[in-house]
Design a protein around this ligand. Sequence first.
Ligand code: PEP
Ligand code: MG
Length: 869
Amino acid sequence: MNRWVYLFSEGSKEQKDLLGGKGANLAEMTKLGLPVPTGFTVTTEACLYYLDHSEQLTDEIKEQVMTAVETLAAKTGKKFDDLENPLLVSVRSGSKFSMPGMMDTVLNLGLNDRTVVALAENSQNERFAYDCYRRLLQMFGNVVMGMDNNDFESRITAVKKAAGLTFDTELTAEHWKQIVTEYKKIYQEKLQREFPQDPIEQLYLAIEAVFGSWNNQRAKTYRRLHDISDDLGTAVNVQEMVFGNFGESSGTGVVFSRNPSVGNSGLFGEYLINAQGEDVVAGVRTPKPIQVLADELPEQFQQLKTICESLEKHYHDMQDVEFTIEREKLFILQTRSGKRTSKAALTILLDFYNEGIIDEKELVSRIEAKDLEAALHPNFDEKALKNRESFLSGLAASPGAATGAAYFTAEAATAAKARGERVILVREETSPEDIEGIAVSEAVITSRGGMTSHAAVVARGMGICSVVGCERLIVSEENKATVGDNLIEEGTILSVNGTSGKIYFGEIPMEEVTNLVALDELHTIWERHAAIKVRANAETPNDIKTGMTLGAVGIGLARTEHMFFEKSRLLQFRQLILADSLAERLEVLDHLKKVQKQDFKFMYEAAKGKATTIRLLDPPLHEFLPKGADECREVAKELGKTFNEVKRKTDNLAEVNPMLGFRGLRLGVAYPEIYQMQAEAIIEAACEVMKETDFVIQPEIMIPFTIDADEFAQVRASIEGAIQTSLEKQKQELDYQIGTMIEIPRACFVADEIAEHADFFSFGTNDLTQMALGLSRDDSPRIVTQYLENGIFKEDPFQVLDESGVGALMKLAIERGRRVNPNLKIGVCGEAAAHPKSITFLNDLAIDYISCSPFRIPQAKMTLAQRAL
Ligand code: PEP
Ligand code: MG
């Protein structure tokens, strides 16, 4: 016999696969002795079996459900359909991974025409009993029978209107009785059948509905967006009802054990007095902040706080807790790890670590790449923001900043996104059907709902900026919205600040780097674990500063040709490569040396004495040559040459395959004076900075594109000669190193020979991949895409290091290089180096550092630390 049903007292938190997240946690909390209403879980296996067997509950499942109901009856002293003490239950879905709002729930199950009378008598509150009954009729109709919720809601509206009332809370017992009668008529009208009065039948139908809801469209979409397998199924949790709508000493709410937006400690959430479950999340009534409960029901608040703290300690995680207070008695209905923003995720983990809840290893292993990445997302530029007036504000539900065009439906948002627009979704409130629209949006704005409303929770979970509950926003049905006299139409550009809750018309420029407060602390911890260091690929002072802010221990690759991209510099560089004679070249070089020296001084100062690897020029010449006759004419004019001179020289230098042409030290071999100039500038700048500051500068001069030991030795000798002259002129001692890029397969094979002359190696995996695979860096995308589609490549080799080819060459070069020079410093500075998958491979190679673009540094450091655990 298969086991399809588990009492809460029989399960544990480890059984998420079988009992779903909610069921496993209810079992765990029961085990911990927390005040959880009793109940049982019908397993995910039962769901899968049901879905696979013509959607029928088998007798075996039904029998086990019945046995569990009997146990429930014995434990609670209540019975289904009992006229004195009727058992009422909630029926909720709960799959392995939380899918908020995606599947179905039925409350108050067990009520019927008879038990509602008993409930009214027991509670001494007829109004309450009929309100519960109409809720069951409504939820059951909607969720189990597939009826339209509006059919029900419109009856309430009609009754309120007839009675001249505004709020549901003003309706009396008689009103609810009338509504119950009308609801039952709707069943007849719409389904030609009665609402099932038998609680057992209600229960079986509800279980079937929850099982079936695993395959509803919104659940499928949610799974696709969150990479959740379709094969898991959902469990069903059947639990004794407790009532938050029992009057003023009852209530219900949702709290996070810490602030899910920013991560601060202390309870964060909302509750409603005299309300039932869905009222809080539905955003229909505006809930009160949880701190108010400390005044309204201080004892229960304190108990809730203590429970949340103990749950955090037990689970080592921030919890999202649903609770209900029934006549002053607190019950916990659910706990799960709370969805949070990326910033909050980092802050919480660090606080847990500092509070001793988790140890350093757990801290390192639990930080997720996506959180780090998202925490680095730009915010609005503060200065730009100062001059702007917001026209609307609401609750800052999910931080970040975004600009985009307003759209009012998920469909319109999706279509606009497909046209390439950045989209801001503007809604009265969102529902799970909007999930696709939210996913494509840069930001979500709603006019209703609180911090735990659907829009807030989903946007926060997805890391999408969101402002909810903008009360002055009136969203009309004609794809328009107004705020006072302001009109928002489809396509109106809005800027949304999810951190302050303010909304602006028009675009606002973004800030460049967000410095995470916690990042410094994390860097120290990561560095303790990872042997491999991380440097920055950066050459401009700005990039270097960003790199340092984001944790670089130095600069691993300063591409000096990138210092010539700016317009005025470009001309000087062109003058250099178009020079006809040595004399002319020397004249340009003389000027360039001054410029470069200044560049290097800025670099050293920005790097504050940290390691700096400066690569001598490696210009693929075609990037710098004038293109076409017009540009030649312009350059000729600017350089005081004739058109013919420039054109002839340009044609002469043009290459059919420039990536394999006159690059790197080939330039240094042909025109030693160019590299000499750079070496002198590097050394003289270092000497000057050392005189002017306390920094100790030890430049690492890197020669690109080496293929041969003699080639390298010649260039080294040539620049060392220049360096010696410079040092003598400066009358200063300076430690420097001269090393090489290893980025051509031949260099890997003769790495032992090169290592005799080189102080360090740095693998350029961009070129090494290009040449090892014979795939042009410029033209690879089309081929790579095809190869990925055909399954020939598992990953783009320019993004993830090709272990068996390029990786094998690297291993060989390291082994040969270190055989000759055991202290040879080795780095990797191509794009693929920072990819987490590459890092897994590089971690075993005994290299000293990787170097990558500044924004990738934190993730690279984190991954290195994680792999080293
Ligand atoms: C490389 O080839 O990997 C490298 C870092 O140099 P570049 O990208 O400048 O050729
Ligand atoms: Mg290269």
